[in-house]
Design a protein around this ligand. Sequence first.
Ligand code: T1G
Length: 694
Amino acid sequence: MAVDYTIRGGVAVITLDNPPVNGLGHSTRLGIVEGIERANGDDGVRAIVIIGAGKAFSGGADITEFNTPKASQEPTLMTVIKALEASAKPVVAAIHAVAMGGGLELALGAHYRVAVPGAQIALPEVKLGLLPGAGGTQRLPRVVGLETALNMIVSGTPVLSEKLAQTALFDELVDGDLLQGALSFAHRAADRGGPHPQVRDREIEHPDAAGVIERARESIAVSARHFPAPRKCIDAIEKGVKDGFERGLAFERECFLALVQTPESRALRHAFFGERAASKIADVPSNTPVRKIERIGVIGAGTMGGGIAMNFLNAGLPVTLLETKQDALDRGITTIRRNYEAQVKKGRLTQENVEERMARIAPTLSYADLAQADLVIEAVFEELGVKENVFRQLDEIAKPGAILASNTSTLNLDTIASFTKRPGDVIGMHFFSPANVMKLLEVVRGEKTAKDVLATVMQLAKKIRKTAVVSGVCDGFIGNRMIEQYIRQALFMLEEGALPAQIDRAVEDFGFAMGPFRMSDLAGNDIGWAIRKRRYREQPELHYSRIADRLCEMGRFGQKTGAGWYDYEPGKRDALPSKEVDDMIVAYSKERGIERRAIGDEEIVERLVLALVNEGAKILEEGIAAKASDIDMVYLTGYSFPLWRGGPMLYADTIGLDNVERAMRKYAQQANGDAWRPAARVTVLAQSNGRFND
Ligand code: T1G
């Protein structure tokens, strides 16, 4: 049973013991109800304390049960909470560390609540595309007040227990041992005698409830555009204010049952578990010993090197930053400082934070200064010869056991590892620009990368607050390999009849932050040009539209040259459709004898997204990515795929693999159809009604 029952001096102690976070799964719910019944039937018991074992009071309902029969199997959380309220003996919830979601709702069903400082108090259901489904929208406003409750429920952001100590949420903040404090409080409550207070009997008082609620609605109008849950949170709170507790509770339940079926909630829950699953590697046990990482070396102080260094400075680690020339080193340091100063202006950092972080940098022009680093990451020019030179020098000076990482985004990591006598210590850490901002880190596992090196880097990624996804070695790893097919389709559609602005707008309406042409103008069209030139040499059988090369031959590299797929006014970043480019595109189609046709937004989105899906399926088949959710995490955290759709592979699951394959076969019959051979896995899943994310 996930609940322990003991009696301490006439007080029944019900301990939630369902690691890792005392999720309120069915067995836990049953254990609580049985404990309450047992205590009320025992004359030797005068009060009840509910407390959590381990690292949480409770992290809420067991999300893994959702959309399964267990979620609604009696006793439901609503039933458990009713049992607490109905107990003749006083029930005291003793909170530490975490009381979230259903965990907080459980505590709100108790007659009294005590807590130690530092506990995270939250109703974060909205982050899972839900709303509190066990009375939270009705009880929380009754103890912390309408405005605080609205903020907590609509944002899902935790508040520390001491910040709520003056509200009716807590009857006492315990100084010292929580259980002792709770037992003492329980006795005092029993001495006072019943009836014991119930949150449901309190009133929600506010002089302008309608105004506060209206302002809450206005505040989420834009951010909640694609997410139904925030609006439902407000609706449920409003219902309780207007029509009272019972009607509010019933309406909350209706909203919960509706939201838990939405694709948006499934996507958000998928992302929640996908983020955590990404750090689990099938053949690397979670207890694999990790190497001590206290000193970092970064080679290259350019845009990437500087951004990479900042991640470690932010995490409190000293960084030796190496460049080949003093002026480049100085420029790199200046850029890091400028980035930090910008955050001071936004109020995100204090000047003191900046000085602390800058003081952790040890600039140098000498490899010898990297000799004591535990991890060295190179972010030098993306050319194999340059990487070879770096790794041969690193092999000479780095101490035994140092991890040698490459930030390469296109080169073969196994080749790089072969430049050293310690390929087991070599790994890829592919950051995304700007490296100090983008959450995604592709961790590239070489053929010889040692398991403890992999485990060490995955743990370090958490410390620098990155979402690390393991990729095998292939051209472009996971993200860039897929985006190349996405761009290939975009270029085909230009020559077939679409224009850049239409394609960008269509896929931005789908939810991408930036369409392929605005993205390319930002990154630099010459980068894609270099990759295509290499591709033409290496894979001449792969046919590409040459339209982007035509653009580059015009010198239109994007924002950095003031013109790319779009025109840009000096000093501005607004992408202005370019008649010169549109004319070039039309002329190109004519030159190639292509009769341009109108291409609808639906086809644009389908071809771009399914190009990602098809390549993702091949990446899974080849074992480059271990699971579909890893691919989804890459696209959610590195390529601005819309969060409410859960990533390209979950999106394919949502529309159905049979529909995916049917669409691919349709495009295979059209111009440029050779790109549309469905991956074997797509066909297998389509035929077996399967899903990528099972
Ligand atoms: N259900 C199931 N598993 C959970 C879980 C949950 N609620 N919360 C965490 N886990 C797993 C997680 O997947 C991971 O598993 C392990 O616990 C450690 O998590 C009716 C309907 C509590 C702050 O949204 O925010 O209640 O990878 O790595 O950093 O109204 O987990 O080890 O196998 O995150 O110490 C509402 C979600 C649910 C809280 C701890 N509750 N959890 O953070 O550990 S809906 C939430 C968190 C609900 C009611 C509604 C965090 C944490 P594994 P972790 P952590």
